[in-house]
Design a protein around this ligand. Structure first.
Ligand code: NAD
Length: 414
C-alpha cells in the first residue's frame, strides 16, 4: 500500500485514436486495485463511451475526467493501440522524455512506431512482449483478447451460415449438426472449439504443435492428424515455429479433405514475429459446399487463407471468406474489462515503495520494454529496423555453491 506522503503516480487513459476501435485501456473494474497501489487515474472525457463505460462509471470509482492534454501530462499513459497504431500520430507531439506509455504496439509488424516513440524520449512497453510464463498470464493481453475473439468468431460464423449448428430431431425430419473445423488450437482456437461445441456442432481441430492434441480432445473435439514428419513445431514460450514451404504444401494436401467436408472453418494460426502462415488455398476452398463460411482471425497478420482480405468478405464459389479485424472490439465491455485488468496487473509490478521503478528486477517488465532513453532497446525490433543490435545484458552471476568456503566482506574487498 502506498505511503500517504509519497506523491501519487498519475495514469492517463486517452480516447482510442485508431479508426473503429471501441475498447478502452482501463475499465472501471480495474480502478480500485490501482488506487490502492498508489495510482491516480485521469480519463479523457468520453474515452469509455464506445466500450459501454460512460465518464460517470470512472468517476464513481475515484477517477478524474480531463482533456487529452491532461491525460498525456500523466506519468504513465495506457492505450489499447499505442499512438492509434500509427507512426505518424499527432499524439507523438504530446509525448516527452520519461513519460511511460503502455499498450499494444505490434512491435514486429510496426517497428517504425517503436522508433517514432523512442525519438520522443518516452519509455514504451509493448504488452505483446509479456513473457509466456504462468506468472505473467494475468498480464497477457494476447491471451485475454484471443479468448474473446475465438468466442465471437463462432457466433459470427453461426450468423452467416445458412444452416443450424446443432443436431435437431423434429417431426419434419432430422437436421445434421454443422461441421466446424478450427485451424490453430491456441487460446483463440480453444475458445472457438468450446463455443462451437456449446452450440452443438461437430468440431474438428488441427494445430502444428503436437501438445495441442490433448487440449483439443479435452474439449470434446476431434484432433485432425496430419503426419508432417517434422519435430520443429514448437519454439520458445509455447509459440509455433514457421513451417518450411515443403511442410506447408504437405499440410495443404493432407488437410484438403477435412476442409471440403466442413461447413465452417475458423483459422487462428500465427507465428510470433512474422506474417501468418498461409494454410488454406483458394483451390481447397473451391472444394467446400456453397454457403460455407470461413472466418480468418489471422487476417490482420496476412491471413491463413489465400483469398483473405483484412476487413472484407470475399466470395469464392459461394463460400464466404471473412477477414475479420479487431473482433474483441465487437465485445468491448468484456474485452476492455480483461485488457484493463492485464494493464493494472502490469502497472502494479512497476511500483516499489509507492514510486515507479523502471529498473525493478522483474522479467515481465524487463522483457516488455521496447523503447527507452531515446532508443529502440529490443534487438528483434532493432533488426526489423536495420539497426545494429545492442549488447545483450550480462546474465546474472551464478549463486555460490552451497559448500563453497564463505569469505568475509573484508577478504572479498581485497
Ligand atoms: P498463437 O496466437 O501464436 O497461434 C495460434 C495457434 O496457431 C498456435 O496454437 C500455433 O501453434 C498454431 N499454428 C501456428 N502455425 C500453424 C500452422 N502452420 N498450422 C497449424 N497451426 C499453426 O498462439 P497462442 O494462442 O498465443 O498460444 C500458443 C500456445 O502458447 C498455447 O499452448 C497456449 O496455451 C500457450 N500460451 C501460454 C501462455 C502462458 O503460459 N502465459 C500464454 C498464452 C499462450
Amino acid at each position: 500500500m502506498a505511503d500517504t506522503d509519497t506523491p501519487r503516480i498519475v495514469v492517463g487513459v486517452p480516447k482510442e485514436e485508431r479508426a473503429g476501435e471501441t475498447r478502452v485501456a482501463l475499465s472501471p473494474t480495474a480502478l480500485p486495485q490501482l488506487t490502492k497501489a498508489g495510482f491516480d487515474i485521469v480519463i479523457e472525457s468520453g474515452a469509455g463511451d464506445a466500450a459501454g463505460y460512460p465518464d460517470s462509471t470512472f468517476t464513481d470509482r475515484g477517477a478524474r475526467i480531463g482533456s487529452r492534454d491532461d491525460v498525456f501530462a500523466a506519468d504513465i499513459v495506457v492505450q489499447v493501440n499505442v499512438m492509434g497504431a500509427d507512426a505518424a500520430s499527432a499524439d507523438l507531439a504530446r509525448l516527452r522524455e520519461g513519460l511511460i506509455v503502455v499498450g499494444a504496439v505490434a512491435p514486429f509488424a510496426r517497428p517504425e512506431l517503436v522508433k517514432a516513440v523512442a525519438g520522443t524520449g518516452a519509455v514504451l512497453y509493448a504488452l505483446e512482449m509479456v513473457p509466456r510464463t504462468t506468472r505473467a498470464q494475468s498480464m497477457d493481453i494476447l491471451s485475454s483478447q484471443a479468448a474473446v475473439a475465438g468466442y465471437k468468431a463462432v457466433l459470427l460464423a453461426a450468423n452467416e451460415l445458412p444452416k443450424m449448428f446443432p443436431l435437431l430431431t423434429t417431426a419434419a425430419g432430422t437436421i445434421a449438426p454443422a461441421k466446424v473445423f478450427i485451424v490453430g488450437a491456441g487460446v483463440a482456437g480453444l475458445g472457438a472449439i468450446a463455443t462451437a461445441r456449446r452450440l452443438g456442432a461437430l468440431v474438428e481441430a488441427y494445430d502444428v504443435r503436437p501438445a495441442a492434441r490433448e487440449e483439443v480432445q479435452s474439449l470434446g473435439a476431434r484432433f485432425v492428424e496430419l503426419p508432417l514428419e517434422t519435430d520443429q513445431e514448437e519454439g520458445s514460450g509455447g509459440y509455433a515455429t514457421q513451417l518450411s514451404d515443403e511442410a506447408i504444401k504437405k499440410q495443404q494436401e493432407l488437410m484438403a479433405k477435412t476442409v471440403a467436408a466442413s461447413d465452417v472453418i475458423i483459422t487462428t494460426a500465427q507465428v510470433q514475429g512474422t506474417t501468418a502462415p498461409q494454410i488454406i488455398t483458394t483451390e481447397m476452398i473451391k472444394g467446400m459446399g456453397a454457403g460455407s463460411v470461413i472466418i480468418d482471425l489471422a487476417a490482420e497478420q496476412g491471413g491463413n487463407c489465400e483469398p483473405t482480405v483484412a476487413g472484407e468478405t470475399v466470395d469464392i464459389d459461394g463460400v464466404k471468406v471473412i477477414g475479420v479485424v479487431n473482433l474483441p472490439g465487437q465485445i468491448p465491455v468484456h474485452a476492455s474489462q480483461l485488457f484493463g485488468k492485464n494493464v493494472a496487473n502490469f502497472l502494479c509490478l512497476m511500483v516499489v515503495d509507492g514510486a515507479i521503478d523502471l529498473d525493478v528486477d522483474d522479467d515481465v517488465i524487463r522483457q516488455s520494454v521496447v523503447a527507452r532513453g531515446g532508443d529502440v532497446v529490443n534487438n528483434r525490433v532493432r533488426e526489423a529496423l536495420g539497426l545494429v543490435p545492442l549488447p545483450e545484458p550480462e546474465p546474472p552471476a551464478p549463486a555460490p555453491a552451497p559448500d563453497a568456503e564463505s569469505e568475509s566482506p573484508e577478504e572479498a574487498a581485497k
